[in-house]
Design a protein around this ligand. Structure first.
Ligand code: TXA
Ligand code: MG
Length: 318
């Protein structure tokens, strides 16, 4: 059988140098982060960033997150207010993205930030992402490595399943620890969560001691993670069910749902972190097995369960 995974590379120092070369040659690479895999390119280069939009079939109005190695580089591109600095101290590097006003001196490609005056910034924690950023002289624009509106990839093979040989170089950082995209918090006015993630409003409240707004439905779409047709696995998703439909798969949580053939358990131990980590993997797996629908049992709505339910709601809202 033909090996379709030849574009996956171990993250040793030789391959990190190759990744650097690719970025410097305006290529797009697959990059692991602690949340999901990204499609990474030189954030200063219009040419590089255009390739990301094309590969993902992403609308040009939808800006990309810019990944930095440290606060110093981030400050050159974004205006860092007090709330940001407080959150940065405790939560970075980590699975959180901040919307800040763009520094007028920023050299970030206008295409990457979709011509906006704001910019999404993140300092990832994954060792491979950090090791690459360390040897680069540029920040990385990196959206999740999936075709627009589809499921995010949580391992290197998922990136190949999305893009085949169109991506020539993917660094293998193993399975992502978190498995859901970063929390996005807009700090350009009253702190508002635009996308829920493993860092919750409660976690942020504890640091800022300020009310945190959670934006669910907003008229002007600031963040297409808020678009209804997102995280779509390709077949109908039905939430809060007690059994699957005929020819359907059943995504479950907890001990009482073990056994049956079409049952895909997110966590037999009632562990929400484990469930979050399994969600996209299981949905991809179900997709490959020709089920006609996915029923999902009730998932506890606290902690990272909030982000799980957010993704399921968006996947089910067709
Ligand atoms: O975990 C993650 O954040 C992953 C990894 C690779 O870092 N990246 C990721 O990127 O999820 P993406 O492009 O799939 O989602 C980024 C979201 C999009 O919904 C985009 O609209 C929003 O961030 N965004 C980017 N810039 C923005 C801005 N200036 N204002 C509001 N939303 C913004
Ligand atoms: Mg995405």
């Amino acid at each position: 059988m033909k090996n379709i995974y030849l574009n996956i590379y171990r993250p040793n120092s030789i391959n990190l140098k190759k990744a650097k070369k690719n970025i410097e040659s305006n290529n797009v690479i697959g990059l692991p982060t602690e949340t999901v895999y990204g499609l990474a390119a030189n954030a200063y280069s219009n040419k590089s960033v255009k390739k990301i939009f094309k590969l993902k079939k992403r609308p040009s109005f939808n800006p990309l997150i810019i990944h930095f190695k440290n606060l110093k580089d981030l400050k050159k591109n974004a205006i860092c207010n007090d709330s940001f600095l407080k959150l940065h101290r405790t939560l970075c590097p980590g699975p959180i993205t901040f919307i800040l006003n763009k520094n007028p001196k920023s050299k970030i490609s206008k295409i990457a930030s979709a011509g906006k005056k704001t910019i999404a910034v993140r300092i990832p924690k994954h060792k491979v992402a950090r090791n690459l950023l360390k040897i680069l002289n540029v920040p990385l624009a990196a959206p999740s490595a999936n075709i627009s509106s589809k499921l995010s990839p949580t391992c290197a093979k998922d990136v190949v399943d999305e893009f085949g040989s169109k991506i020539k170089f993917i660094l293998d950082g193993g399975r992502c620890k978190i498995g859901l995209e970063s929390t996005i918090i807009d700090l350009t006015s009253k702190p508002s969560i635009l996308r829920q993630g493993s860092i919750t409003a409660r976690d942020i409240y504890k640091i800022l001691k300020k009310k945190i707004i959670i934006k669910k439905k907003i008229k002007v779409i600031k963040s297409p993670g808020q678009l209804k047709l997102h995280y779509y696995p390709g077949i109908p998703v039905l939430m809060n069910r007690i059994r699957p439909k005929k020819d359907g798969a059943f995504i479950t949580f907890g001990k009482k749902f073990t056994g049956r053939k079409n049952n895909f358990n997110l966590s037999k131990n009632n562990n929400l972190k484990e469930a979050a980590n399994n969600l996209y993997k299981i949905m991809r797996n179900i997709r490959k097995k020709n089920y006609k629908s996915i029923a999902v049992c009730k998932i506890p709505n606290f902690g990272i369960g909030l982000a799980i339910n957010d993704r399921l709601r968006k996947a089910s809202n067709r």
